[in-house]
Structures are given as C-alpha cells and as structure tokens.
Design a protein around this ligand. Structure first.
Ligand code: NOJ
Length: 520
C-alpha cells in the first residue's frame, strides 16, 4: 500500500477544526451555520491555516451533535442548504485552502430511513444494512444494543450511544453458531460499503477535498487485529485512487500502523487509549506546566513505536484539542500555552488547531449537556470574536444561544488578541508562518528524539528534511535545565523565553522556553 495517491497539499497542511454550530451565526437564530463559516474564512487564512476539518453538518436529530446522521446527502437545515456548502467549498478553494468533511461510516441515527426500514418484520433492501441478531432474546455480545422497539424479531448492535445503530460491514470471523453474523463479503455488508462510496462520491463531486473519518477502525466486527477493517479501507482506497486521487483521508483510529495500511494518509493521535497524549496537556501534572512535574517519556516512547511501525513516516496528527476533550486552556496556562503550540507546530504530521484554541478559549464550567455533549459541552461553546453582543457570534438573545458562552469579563476574543502583539494568537500566527517556510518542520520531515527522559525536562528533538536540520528544544518548567547534545547550534529560527546556550557539548535551557535552531 505504499504507492497510493497522496495530495501534495497535505505535506504542509495546517488544519483548523470547525464545530459548525459554534463558529459563526450568520442568520441570528442562535446557532452557527455554513454561511457563517464562509463569512469567516479570512480569519482562518490570516492565522495561516490552509485546511479545514468541519464536524458533521448533515441532517440529524442531534442526539450526538450530528454524529447521528439521518440523511447523509443533505446539509442539516439548521446549518443551511447543499447550495450553501457548495458555495463554501468554492470559497475555500478561492482562498487556496482545502476542506475535509466528517464521514461517519460506523453508525446512523435511529431516525435514518434505512434504520426504520431495517426494523420492519418483512425482508427489504435494508434488512441487512445494520448488525442484527435473529432473536430479540439474543444480544450481540460486547456491542450494546437496541431492542424491543421494532416489529423485527432481533436486537440491533450499537456503535456508540444507544441511539446509534451499527452499520453492517460484516464480521471478520463470523461465529458459525451465530448465523446472524454475516461475513464481510455477504451481500448486506457489500451493499453497505457500496453505499458508503456513494456518499463519498456525492460530496467529493460537489467539491470537498476529502474526509476525516469517525471511528475508522471500528467497522468490521469481531476483528481484534483490525485485519478486516484494513481490508475494507483498502477497497475504499482503490475506489479513491481510480475516481478521486486527490482526496485526502484522515482517520480517527489512533493506530497509524493499521490505518496507513488501510490507505489513510494520516491518523489522529487519540486522547484515549495508549498514546499518553494526555500526559502532555490534560492530567494532574501535565508536561506543559511551569511546575515541571510532568513526564513526557511515555508519550515519546509510544510515539516512536507508532512512528516506526507505520511504513510511511510522519503522518500522525497531533491536535491542540477537539470537540471531545477539555479545552487546552483548562489545564495549560500563561506562556505554557505558547510553548505547547511551539511543540504542536513543530511535530510531524499535520497539526490540527481546534477553533478558539488560537485565542486560548476556556472550558465553560457547569454547563448542562447539550445534544449529547455531556462533559464535552464546555469545550463546544460559541466562538468569541469581539466585544459586541454575544462576543460577535450571533445577534440572537443571549439566552437563546445553542450553548451558553464563557461569561467572564476577561474572556479572550479574536479582536483583542489580534491587537496585542504579545498575544497567544500572534504567537501561533508566527509559529505557523515559520512552519510553512521550513520543510524540516512540516508533515513529512523526519523526527529523531534527542532528549526525552523520565520525569526530566526539557524535551528536545531534531527535525530533518533534504536541506535542513532543525533542533527543537521545549522547556515548559520554571527552572533552568540542561542536556547533552552533540550538535552545534547555528542560526535561531524561533525562540520564546530567552536563548539556549551551548557549552562543552551541553545545552543549557532557560525556564519556560521553546526554541528552534538550525544546526551544523
Ligand atoms: C467520535 C466523535 O469525535 C465523537 O464526537 C462522537 O460522539 C463519536 N465518535 C461517535 O460518532
């Protein structure tokens, strides 16, 4: 799977994640919309991001913020129309940017017409669209299920929340005693996969540039090593290579050795599972803290393992946050936010900046769950643009906003941060422009860790491309640190917090510091 088509724009892509309901409300109804995104493309471009991932925007009852789709071919009316999104694609391209939609292949909403037909007792085109047992008294083990609401005698497996029935892509090793477990080449499983391709074809033809794929590793059931799911995505890859070779595919899988084999271009580092991502940003003693009590070593160990095991290097994407985790600014403060971005923007793979993280938007505490957000709701509050009503997000009455905003007097806004040369926004803007002009710092530049010791600071790594070697040193701790290093520092590319000094093969690093240096 080494020779797959790869759009060249991914090599220096820097993504901005947009949660459409919370970005900008163009029609004053209290919720963000597609035309609102189109109106704010300049913000994304000015920051320096050149690509967008937009969370699901399709018809849905919104029991899981749109990850419960009821029609894959229609933009949700609350966000606008298919014509609006077509216009958004065109405007994105006019701004020399690219946009990925969110593809949700694993499950639908219970309100999807397919599911309604699938619940019927009589056989029909959708009988095998989902994973059903053949008796209401038998539950699909380990998967959770929907039962007792259909005329059909059976229980339907779910993929996430209990209102998200699992689509049927078959079982890798069907249990011969459970006739309802279909194989991956059964007619039902094949029909689901063909429909998935139709959905992709529909949006790619309209002008989107590819997909972020939700729970990409979960499609084939009874598939502990992911072999069946990898094969499924290889089939999708052949389809894309033939019909849409420029489409970009980024997986929410968290196992790049598997997803890249499946033909994805990039895989997300997940905030759950074995990645140790949370050790850096979201735990009691994060590495990015001036207390300096964190530990980066397990993260680095796991990162190297995934990096070495993926046959095409450098394609693990590290997000600043997303709609599923706490805001970065909930646990990282002050200059350490800037230092965290100096790290994120100098790692291989495309960085993903979650909307609002560029201004340090805070987690809004104490919110009641909105549309299946639960604890995630506080990270999904409406964008803070300026000092006008609702921080410029919407002209609706404040108490009708889709999610309540951060109400603190000193809440960060785009307007204020743009005007302040020492703001987080301006630091990130600077870091992005540095990344865009140094190929060693971009997605495919090689990485070699120079210093990442247990419970020690700093973190140091070398990024390398054909003509360039850049040493990155990151010291969030509020104390001087030093480490042995055979390299001689040449020119400074970037620093915050002072300068690193070389003395007899040792580099001394000031407190709360990040620096990029070319080396001899
Ligand atoms: C992952 C998505 O990021 C999350 O928001 C969603 O709830 C689940 N997948 C289910 O689709």
């Amino acid at each position: 799977m080494n020779s797959i088509s790869q759009p060249s724009w991914l090599d220096n892509a820097i993504f901005y994640e947009i949660y459409p309901q919370s970005f900008f409300d163009s029609n004053g109804d209290g919720i963000g919309d597609i035309n609102g995104i189109t109106a704010k493309l300049d913000h994304i471009m000015e920051l320096g991001c050149n690509a967008i991932w937009m969370n699901p925007c399709f018809a849905s009852p919104f029991g899981d913020a749109g990850y419960d789709i009821s029609d894959y071919y229609q933009v949700a009316p609350r966000y606008g129309t298919n014509d609006d999104i077509k216009r958004l694609f065109d405007e994105v391209h006019k701004h020399s940017m690219h946009i990925l939609l969110d593809l949700v292949p694993g499950h639908t909403s219970v309100e999807h017409e397919w599911f309604k037909r699938s619940m019927k007792a009589e056989l029909n085109e959708f009988t095998d669209r989902y994973v059903w047992t053949d008796s209401i008294w038998e539950e699909p083990q380990g998967m959770g299920c929907i039962r007792g609401i259909s005329d059909r005698d059976g229980s339907c497996a779910v993929n996430f929340f209990s209102h998200q029935p699992a689509l049927n892509y078959g079982f890798y090793a069907p249990d011969p005693d459970k006739k309802w477990q279909q194989s991956t080449d059964s007619d039902g499983a094949k029909a689901t996969l063909e429909e998935l391709k139709n959905i992709m074809r529909f949006w790619l033809k309209m002008g989107c540039d590819g997909f972020r794929v939700d729970m990409a590793g979960s499609l084939v059931k009874n598939d502990p090593d992911g072999k069946g799911t990898i094969k499924l995505w290889q089939d999708v890859r052949r389809f894309l290579d033939e019909e849409f070779p420029d489409a970009a595919m980024v997986s929410e899988w968290g196992e790049p050795d598997k997803s890249l084999q499946g033909g994805f271009h990039m895989d997300f580092l997940l905030h759950f599972g074995p990645s140790h991502y949370n050790d850096l940003f979201r735990c009691a003693e994060p590495f990015f803290s001036d207390r300096g009590k964190g530990d980066v070593s397990e993260f680095v160990r796991k990162y190297i393992e995934s990096y070495e095991r993926s046959d095409r290097k450098g394609l693990i994407c590290i997000p600043s946050g997303n709609h599923d985790m706490d805001r970065l600014a909930r646990s990282i403060h002050g200059d350490n936010l800037k230092i965290a971005f100096a790290f994120l923007l100098s790692m291989p793979g495309a960085p993903f900046i979650y909307y609002g993280d560029e201004i340090g938007m805070r987690y809004v505490e104490g919110l009641v769950s909105v549309e299946g957000g639960y604890g995630r709701t506080g990270s999904r509050s409406p964008m803070q643009w300026d000092d006008t009503k609702n921080a410029g997000f919407s002209t609706a009455a404040a108490d009708t906003l889709y999610i309540r905003q951060d109400s603190s007097i000193d809440r960060p806004t785009v307007k204020a941060q743009k005007a302040d040369p020492s703001s987080l926004y301006n630091e990130i803007k600077k870091l992005i422009s540095i990344r865009l002009t140094h190929s060693a710092l971009q997605s495919k530049g090689r990485i070699e860790f120079i210093y990442a010791q247990k419970n020690e600071y700093p973190l140091a790594y070398l990024r390398t491309a054909e003509n360039e070697k850049i040493l990155v040193i990151i010291n969030p701790a509020d104390r001087h640190t030093e480490f042995e290093c055979e390299y001689i520092i040449n020119d400074k590319v970037y620093s915050i917090g002072g300068e690193a000094n070389v003395n007899n093969g040792r580099i001394t690093v000031p407190p709360r510091f990040a620096g990029y240096y070319t080396i001899k």
